[in-house]
Every structure is written in C-alpha cells, then in structure tokens.
Design a protein around this ligand. Structure first.
Ligand code: 1PR
Length: 532
C-alpha cells in the first residue's frame, strides 16, 4: 500500500518516511493540490512554526483541499504542528489563520519554572478509545513543542490530554481524522505501533466511544538518558566513535577507536536510549558538506533508530576551495535532510554571542537565528564546551563567578566557566552564563552542557556548573561529562534540576547498561521511560 506524505519542504520529514518504510509501506509525495483529495491515506507531519506551515500550505494551494479532505472524513493523520494547524490560530504567529476545523487558539507554555520547549517523553490520558491506541499500554511518547492546545478547548474530538505545567490536548480524533502533538515516528516501538495502526486499518477508523473511566492521575515528563557518540576519522581515514579524556582523544598517539557509529547508535536505540547524539568533533576544521561520511552515517542510522537524533560539528558559514559559499543554514539543512531531528552548534555559537554581546543587536543572520527561524527553536541545540578558571577573590573577575566547594590548585574559592571553541583548543572571553543567555535570546531551544574538566574522568557530573546554567535559562539543559556509574545519574537528577543527562565512555565501554541507569534512577523516584 502507498502512503501519501504532505511534505511542503520546510523541514525534516525523513523520520516519518523512514518509519513508514520500516513498517513495510511505500511513500508517495503530494505534488499537486488534487493529490490531497485523491490520497488513500494521508500523513501531514507539521514542521516549523505555525505561521510557516500555514504560509507554505497557502502558497501551494493546499488549504482548501485539506479542509475538504477532513470535512469529508477521509483518512488523515496530522503530527505535531499539524494538530495545531487544525485550530483557528496560534499565539506563535499572530494574525495567521489556521485551518479552522476546530475552534480556539493554540497558546505558549509559560511560567512555573517549566523548561520551554517541552522536550522529552511524556504520557497521555485517553479520553476515548481509538483503534490507533488499540495496543497502547500507557507507555511514554516523545513530545517537542513550545505551544499547546489548552484543555479548555476540549470537545468530542479530544482523544488524549497530557500534563506539562498545565493540562493540554495531546491528540484529537474524529472518525477517520486523527492528529497528535507527540511524534509517533520518534517514540520508539510504541510509536511505530500507533503509526502501523493508522497505516494498516483499511476499514473506517471509527472511534469507539468514551473509555470506561478516564485515568485522572497526572502524566509526568521523564528525565532523558542520552547516549553520545563523538565521531571523527582516525589516522587510517576510517570514521570511528572515539572518546576523549578531558577532550584528548589520542592514546599513545592513536585516536581511540570505540566502535562504528551506525552500529553503536543502533545498539543504544535497542538498549533504550531516549535520544542519540552524534558530535562530529573535527567539524570545526573539516567542512561537513565535504565530509560526506557523516551525512551517510546519519542516513543509515535514521533508517533503524526511532528516537530523536541530534548531530553537531561544523555548523557555520563556509566558503569552499572553489569559492562556493554555504551558509550555516545550508549545512544544517543537509544534516536535517540526512535524518537529524536536532542540530547542535558549538564553536560558532560562541562567536555569535561575542558579536551579540558587543552590539546587543539581533541581526537575524546568525546561525542560531537562521536555523531556529526555519526549523524551530526546538531543533537548535547549543553544545557548550566550558572549562573552569579559578580566581582568588570575588573581585578578580567580571565574569559570572561561583563560590566553589572544589578548591583550585592554590586553594582558590572562586571560579567561572570559560567557553572554548575548536573542541576546547581555544578559550574565549565569554563565560557560560553569557553564552547560554545569549543563545536563548537568539532563539536556541536547548543546551548540551559539556564540561572539559569532567569529560572522560568517570568522576560524576559538575553540579555547580549545571546549577549555574539551569538558573540562567528556561530552555532545557542536558548535563554532560563525567558519568562513571548509575549512581552519578541519580546524583545529577537529585542535586540539580537538569532535564536530561548524557554519557559516552561508560556506555561505549559497556561499563554500565542504559537499562541499569534507568532502574537506579527510577528507584529514587525520578520519572524515566522504561527501556523497551
Ligand atoms: O564546534 O560546532 O564544530 O562542534 C564540535 C562539537 O564537537 C562540539 O559539540 C564539541 O563539544 C565536540 N567536541 C570537539 N572536540 C571534542 C573532543 O572530545 N576532543 N567532544 C568534542 C566533546 C564531549 C561530550 C562527551 C561528554 C561525555 N565531547 O560529547 O560525549 O563529555 O563523555 P563522558 O560520559 O565519557 O564523560 P563545532
């Protein structure tokens, strides 16, 4: 059977394509407005801002056929912003009309110490039955969004709701029409089952009426456990997963080789990693558009990995030896097309913030602004590579100091975290608080917080750094560097308010299994997604 995909070219829908292929179906694209009406089963994965989605639909002449298709009750599955597009409008893009199938407006999450966007695995509360949820058993699903449909808009279309500071509508369904805020294509095996139910049920997908009793217990977002693969070419030119010791990846002169990127990523998916991150660690000097193996790694990984994939390394403007100029947006787009769900910016974010601190002007031209405008804030992660700088007294630096319990080599009680570029090779006059605040202001959606002092030491995460950054921003923070045991994850979740924790070495060397980390963390009452 052929599934028709409404891909209006605004972002990464490769994950949806891969999921459909994995389920044994082929995909055809909507090419003309008529295709929307003639498709047997249509999937509309919403990517980008509400305004961008509606503009693209309008430019392509898709609005009227979509409204008709839904009113005529033809099979329709909307994902993420496609759910929001069913309403009349959104706070995200004032003045832009939605499809207006459902009454009311989409609003932004705010307040109450919430990290916004909501990024991670949350539950759903079923308000009625649906064949799409026929074999659903309360598992967590992957959400990534800053705007939501308020529960006050509840009506007989409301299929599920979810809690994130407030209760919001996380799926709607009416006869053959279903739309969901979460991403089934990124929700592991359970998401694939939901998608498969939509794809395979040939008969009318009738909603079978209210569930006997609605489960009123709150749904809770999980803390995420992320596996990170630092990738580079070794001296023989093979692309390998490597691992540094305070960013030094050579051992006895050779680049450490801890495995093959595609195979290792697949293993982590199967072992229950909530996300997988690739860092192309020599990206600052090897331009990714010429370093095709990394794109190939992403393409092959995304065929079998159905949790979010982040890729970093080399995202910046670049002119190649033939004088061809690429913008950072071109580089990011190549990564998204190859299967990335999020990109991460390292060195360039520091240069961008240096400029922003000097002028206070948002030019709209920086890598962060350009990529976030097109793909949404939630797709832009900033990878920070800070190093501790000790000072004797609080007056000795204008940077954001902390009084540390880990005294410096000469007994110093104060330190600040200096941002570095080029994989820690060069320190800049920017502290971590300036960096993360600047990036958030420019439109970044998440912080991947490494720590050079802790990287590869197996001595635990740097809580002082994590707490300093968490209190500076409201976007989610991923704590990274130093994990040496399952207990270290328990510590980072109990001593900081981090949204996720990432590790590399212990997973690569099979010292601790992801499932064991999750068991330990669950034991102390922290919500995690159970390993499938
Ligand atoms: O500057 O945009 O080209 O991006 C380059 C990216 O490569 C940055 O995200 C930077 O963090 C990363 N990178 C560059 N050099 C290294 C290196 O190790 N020599 N890796 C490097 C950063 C840190 C984490 C690591 C954690 C957990 N590695 O990715 O996985 O510290 O490790 P652990 O659990 O073993 O302690 P650009």
């Amino acid at each position: 059977m052929k599934i028709t995909l409404l891909d209006y070219g605004a972002g990464n829908v490769r994950s949806v394509r891969n999921a459909i292929k994995k389920l044994g179906m082929s995909v055809v694209d909507v090419r003309r407005p008529e295709d929307i009406l003639s498709a047997e089963k249509l999937i509309f994965p919403g990517v980008g801002s509400f305004g961008l989605v509606m503009d693209r639909l309008r430019e392509s002449g898709y609005i009227e056929p979509l409204q008709r298709r839904i009113k005529e009750n033809k099979h329709f599955l909307g994902i993420c912003v496609a759910l929001q597009a069913l309403y009349e409008g959104s706070e995200e893009s004032p003045g832009v009309a939605g499809l207006g199938i459902l009454p009311g407006k989409v609003v932004r999450f705010s307040g109450g110490g919430l990290s916004v966007p909501q990024i991670g695995w949350n539950g759903v509360r079923q308000h009625k039955e649906s064949p799409l949820f026929a074999d659903y058993n309360g598992e967590k699903l992957y959400f990534v969004h800053s705007y939501h449909v308020p529960i006050e808009l509840k009506n007989d279309w409301t299929l599920t709701s979810t809690d994130y500071g407030v209760e919001f509508i996380s799926a709607v369904a009416h006869k053959n029409v279903t739309a969901m805020q979460f991403h089934p294509e990124k929700s592991g095996e359970v998401g694939l089952r939901i998608l498969n139910n939509y794809l395979t049920k040939r008969e009318s997908v009738e909603i079978r009426g209210p569930v006997d009793s609605i489960d009123l217990s709150p749904t809770r977002i999980t803390k995420r456990i992320i596996a990170c693969l630092d990738v580079r070419s070794n001296d023989n030119g093979d692309l390998v997963v490597t691992k540094g010791d305070q960013y030094d990846v050579r051992n006895g002169g050779d680049v450490r080789n801890l495995g093959k990127p595609v195979e290792l990523a697949k293993r982590y998916y199967e072992e229950g990693a909530d996300e997988i991150t690739f860092l192309n660690i020599t990206g600052f000097r090897d331009f990714p558009m010429q370093d095709q193996p990394m794109l190939d790694v992403l393409e092959r990984t995304s065929e079998n990995v159905f949790v979010p994939l982040t890729i970093g390394g080399g995202i910046r403007d670049f002119t190649d030896s033939e004088g061809h100029y690429y913008t950072s947006l071109d580089v990011a787009s190549a990564y998204f097309r190859a299967g990335a769900d999020k990109i991460s910016i390292g060195s360039d974010a520091v240069y961008v913030v240096e400029q922003y601190l000097k002028t206070g002007i948002k030019t709209g031209n920086s890598s962060i602004e350009q990529i976030s405008t097109v793909y949404g804030a939630q797709a832009v992660v900033i990878s920070v590579d800070p190093r501790r700088v000790y000072v004797k007294s609080a007056e000795d630096s204008s940077h954001a100091l902390i009084k540390t319990i880990h005294l410096g080599p000469e007994g110093e009680e104060y330190c600040w975290y200096q941002c570095t570029v080029k994989g820690g090779r060069e320190g800049r006059d920017v502290d971590v608080v300036q960096l993360v605040k600047g990036c958030e202001a420019l439109g970044a959606g998440e912080i991947l917080l490494n720590c050079i002092d802790k990287d590869g030491t197996n001595s635990g995460f740097d809580f002082e750094l994590i707490n300093q950054v968490k209190s500076a921003v409201s976007i989610p923070v991923i704590a990274s560097s130093g994990a040496g045991s399952a207990q270290h994850f328990c510590d980072v979740f109990s001593k900081t308010n981090t949204d996720a924790a990432l590790a590399a070495g212990i997973f690569h060397r099979n010292e601790v299994a992801i499932a064991d980390v999750k068991k330990s963390v669950a034991k102390i009452g922290v919500e995690v997604r159970s390993s499938e």
